[in-house]
Design a protein around this ligand. Structure first.
Ligand SMILES: NC(=O)C1=CN([C@@H]2O[C@H](COP(=O)(O)OP(=O)(O)OC[C@H]3O[C@@H](n4cnc5c(N)ncnc54)[C@H](OP(=O)(O)O)[C@@H]3O)[C@@H](O)[C@H]2O)C=CC1
Ligand SMILES: CC(C)CCC[C@@H](C)[C@H]1CC[C@H]2C3=C(CC[C@]12C)[C@@]1(C)CCC(=O)[C@@H](C)[C@@H]1CC3
Length: 336
């Protein structure tokens, strides 16, 4: 039977590399659906995939994860097209208006935290967040809440006892407990909305396992490591792409000390591909699966314990349900 795989944010970077790698493993037995906000870029990604895999089944779906109405209509379309989804990769993500703290970076270079700084970006990155047309914080809506709503909408095609389905989140080692506040889940008051949204996805994944495992739905999180994509190029906007390329030998050197410098989308997708091959029942819901690349360039996946607890994950889940009911009410009023 064909496996149906839906990937959000599939038109570039890690999402696109994941699609390419899945098709390289099994072109015939897969039905891929690329869920993207920009259909022009989605078409280009589909053409690229079909060039290397001409017989592959690659469908497109328009979805903007930051928009409630877009997620709801995309979910309706998915339910019309497919009886079941085997894998849902929750990969779309943004880090808009990043501010790189150069002073903090140089301070970190000469401190004992140098490896942690390169592995997690801790202490050197903040972001200026925006507000969506639904009135939600943009990073929270795009990285977390849109995906939460999508899962809720897709329950009928995801929950099947006997044949489990998998949710796989592209989280980050930049997810820190200190950036997250249960009283401010959208991170309206702080300067690290990206870290907060990724920490929230770690918590949510645990809560989803608590709620859905009995119904045959499992959730896991991964970190792709530091990958050079449009998201990371945006961190130093005045730095042209060719300068990043010039830095690659330096990054290879750093990789000897921290194998989190996966650098290419292909390498970064390692843990996503690894999870595709695992039995979901055998996975640990309290670990993050990390894509790693050794100094010699070999890829592997390693499980790392997350700094999360069940109580906070349940509390976040309740808050998300409450927010969901509020936005649905608002949407109904708008339609009337
Ligand atoms: N690069 C890195 O070092 C790391 C990345 N990550 C995570 O990996 C994931 C993929 O990022 P990466 O490949 O690096 O970056 P890219 O910018 O290349 O990919 C991000 C993808 O998400 C899509 N996207 C953004 N906003 C929306 C939206 N509102 N609705 C639908 N799709 C959207 C983008 O579409 P569009 O082309 O239209 O913008 C794009 O396809 C993200 O979740 C990121 O946080 C985690 C750790 C490290
Ligand atoms: C110009 C200098 C010589 C080199 C600057 C390097 C930094 C821009 C990077 C060093 C570690 C990187 C990193 C990320 C972004 C770019 C760096 C800060 C992330 C925060 C990107 C998003 C994530 O989710 C993290 C896992 C990355 C961690 C490492």
């Amino acid at each position: 039977m064909n496996k149906v795989v839906l990937v959000t944010g599939a038109n570039s970077g890690i999402g696109l590399a994941l699609c390419e790698r899945l098709l390289s493993q099994d072109t015939e037995g897969l039905q891929l659906c690329l869920a993207c906000r920009n259909m022009g870029r989605a078409q280009a990604a589909r053409s690229a995939l079909l060039t290397s895999h001409p017989t592959a089944q690659v469908a497109l779906l328009q979805m903007d994860t930051s928009s409630i109405s877009s997620v709801i209509s995309a979910a309706q379309e998915i339910k019309l097209r497919y009886n079941r989804l085997d894998y849902l990769y929750l990969n779309a993500g943004i880090m808009p208006n990043p501010q790189f703290d150069l002073k903090g970076f140089f301070k970190g270079l000469f401190s004992s935290k140098i490896i942690t700084m390169f592995a997690t970006g801790e202490g050197i990155l903040t972001q200026k967040d925006g507000v969506t047309s639904d009135g939600l914080r943009e990073i929270f809506a795009t990285n977390l809440f849109g995906h939460f709503l999508l899962i809720r909408e897709l329950e009928p095609v995801l929950c099947h006892e006997g044949r489990p389905s998998q949710l796989i989140w592209t989280s980050s080692s930049n997810a820190h407990r200190s950036a997250f506040n249960l009283e401010d889940i959208q991170h309206q008051r702080g300067t690290q909305p990206y870290s907060s949204s990724k920490y929230a996805s770690d918590l949510l994944s645990l809560a989803l396992n608590t709620h859905y495992n009995k119904q045959g739905l499992y959730s896991s999180v991964i970190c792709p490591g530091f990958v050079m994509t449009s998201l990371t190029y945006g961190i130093l906007p005045s730095f042209p792409a060719f300068l990043w390329t010039l830095l690659i030998p330096l990054f290879w050197l750093i990789r000897i000390f921290t194998n989190t410098f996966t650098l290419t989308p292909y390498n970064g997708a390692e843990a996503l591909v690894w999870l595709f091959k695992q039995k979901p029942e055998s996975l640990d819901p309290t670990v993050k699966y990390q894509s790693l690349t050794s100094g010699l360039g070999n890829n592997y996946t390693q499980a790392r314990k997350m700094d999360i607890d069940l109580e906070t994950s349940k509390a976040l889940y309740e808050k998300l349900l409450q927010l969901e009911s509020e936005v649905r009410k608002k949407l109904k009023r708008k339609v009337k």
